[in-house]
Design a protein around this ligand. Structure first.
Ligand SMILES: [Zn+2]
Length: 492
């Protein structure tokens, strides 16, 4: 704490060289944020402590961002921007991005005070000065809060953010000095580079290189204000009953190959409800266009960017699930729920060590097959197979040979040349190749086990053994029958 006399001296010196009242107070080492607000509510006159001083809107340190006119301007801009976006998030925080040259000016002002006010350097440490952003938050947050009818979080971690980016024409020239302080530095000077260069340089060098005190700004700054809410994550499981639908939108040479993708069927209603600006869909693996996913379905997560509606109740999620299930007769979702970003890691975790169950429809190409000839399949347990990257995916996967385990198989004759093969395998096993052999690239395969040539006519994923997201106690999602509960009018 500095005494009153020294404080007055510092404030006078600051104002003489062009600091606003808030910055002047800051350089006295005052760390009580409330003192800054009390000061600003006095009157407009506090901008000009003495009549003969010029209007100090363009403060030599903060460029006027702390002035009451600027705080008023930016807060009303923030309020109208929040209102236009109508975020349902009740708490916001603000961020201010200042030009890098304010770091240089900060140091220069401090050195000037140290040189011209006796005793200043001993009483006020540079590292003890309040961050300018904290003062700005203190001045502006309350105004935005009352205007927008939301609560302000003075920290940095609210879900809803009002970001103000300040640009200053003279910035580039003023930060050139950083390259002088740390020779060999790159052309672009970041905040971190400037910070460490100013910190590391001896005072004599700084006094030699910096303009002390800094001159008036060459131009007023410009402000860009944006609002953004952190993404939310909606997880669930899906069934795909179609043999003609890809998981992601599928284009070949710019032309659409399938009518709608599973991803769009699921995410379009999510985007429209949450008014998100974008969506990213991930699932625990994927099936081919012609493969169905049955059973309890495949876990997925939709990341919704900048959602304006984010406070989803359990009832809204159930309604959303009904809406998604009404979009397409061959897609159903269940267990729709909000999860945290951290929880989404469950989706990819253990993707390789999980097991999956399938049913394949297999055709004998070597003539009729008596049911007892299928016995070798039923007898196999924990069969290790060796798979080279399949020919059909070579264009997008590197060439490799992988060992996979087929845990068990249960053949079920359909006709004398057709049988269903139920099987459980390690995740990542190429089932089609295990059936037809892929020109000997998968060994052993159904052909080598039974003797003969075989092909696969259809494949279903029966279940994915991933216990996430948690199943919800929810009658809507538990219908086992494909397409049985499509709501009236849903197929429009
Ligand atoms: Zn200022």
């Amino acid at each position: 704490m500095i005494d009153k006399e020294l404080r007055l001296q510092v404030e006078q010196e600051c104002q003489k060289i062009g600091c606003c009242i808030h910055c002047s107070r800051r350089f006295t080492g005052d760390r009580v944020l409330d003192n800054y607000v009390a000061k600003s509510t006095d009157s407009a006159a506090d901008e000009e402590p003495s009549a003969k001083k010029p209007k100090l809107d363009l403060c030599v340190f903060c460029f006027g961002v702390l002035s009451s006119s600027c705080v008023e301007y930016l807060s009303s801009k923030a309020v109208s921007s929040l209102e236009a976006a109508s975020y349902d998030e009740p708490v916001f925080t603000t961020t201010l991005s200042m030009p890098v040259c304010t770091l240089v000016r900060d140091k220069s002002l401090y050195l000037h005070l140290k040189r011209s006010v006796p005793g200043y350097g001993e009483k006020v440490r540079f590292t003890h000065l309040l961050p300018l952003k904290d003062i700005w938050k203190q001045l502006i947050n309350g105004r935005i809060a009352s205007g927008a009818g939301k609560a302000a979080d003075n920290g940095y971690f609210a879900e809803l953010m009002v970001n103000v980016e300040m640009a200053y024409r003279g910035d580039r020239r003023e930060v050139e000095v950083i390259s002088k302080l740390r020779p060999g530095g790159r052309d672009l000077v970041t905040r971190t580079m400037a910070d460490s260069a100013l910190e590391a340089s001896p005072e004599a060098k700084l006094l030699h290189c910096l303009t002390v005190p800094p001159g008036p700004p060459v131009a007023p700054p410009t402000y860009q204000l944006t609002c953004c809410r952190n993404a939310i994550f909606v997880a669930g499981r899906y069934n795909k009953y179609s043999r003609n639908m890809s998981q992601t939108p599928w284009h070949v040479d710019g032309a659409r190959r399938t009518e709608s993708s599973l991803q769009e069927v699921i995410t379009d209603p999510l985007v429209s409800l949450t008014k998100a600006s974008g969506v990213r869909f991930s699932a625990s693996g994927r099936e081919d266009v012609d493969v169905r996913t049955l059973g309890r379905g495949r876990p997925f997560v939709a990341e919704l960017a900048d959602p304006h509606v984010a406070q989803l109740s359990a009832e809204q999620l159930r309604q959303l699930q009904r809406t998604v299930n009404a979009v397409h007769p061959e897609v159903r979702v269940r267990d729709l729920q909000l999860v945290t970003r951290e929880q989404t890691a469950n989706l990819k975790e253990g993707e390789e060590d999980k097991t999956k169950s399938y049913t394949a429809l297999v055709q004998s190409l070597s003539g009729p097959l008596a049911p007892e000839r299928l016995a070798p399949l039923a007898a196999a347990r924990d069969l290790v197979i060796s798979q080279q990257t399949p020919v059909r995916v070579l264009h997008r996967r590197p060439m490799a040979t992988r060992q996979k385990t087929v845990l068990w198989m249960r053949p079920e004759p359909v006709t004398d040349t057709l049988f269903k093969l139920h099987l459980q395998t390690q995740a990542g096993t190429y089932i089609k190749e295990f059936v037809h052999g892929d020109f000997g690239r998968t060994e052993p395969n159904v052909g080598t086990l039974l003797g003969g040539k075989f092909d696969i006519l259809a494949l279903d994923v029966e279940s994915i053994e991933l216990d996430w997201p948690p199943a919800l106690d929810d009658e809507d999602g538990d219908t086992a029958e494909p397409c049985a509960t499509v709501e009236p009018g849903a197929q429009a």
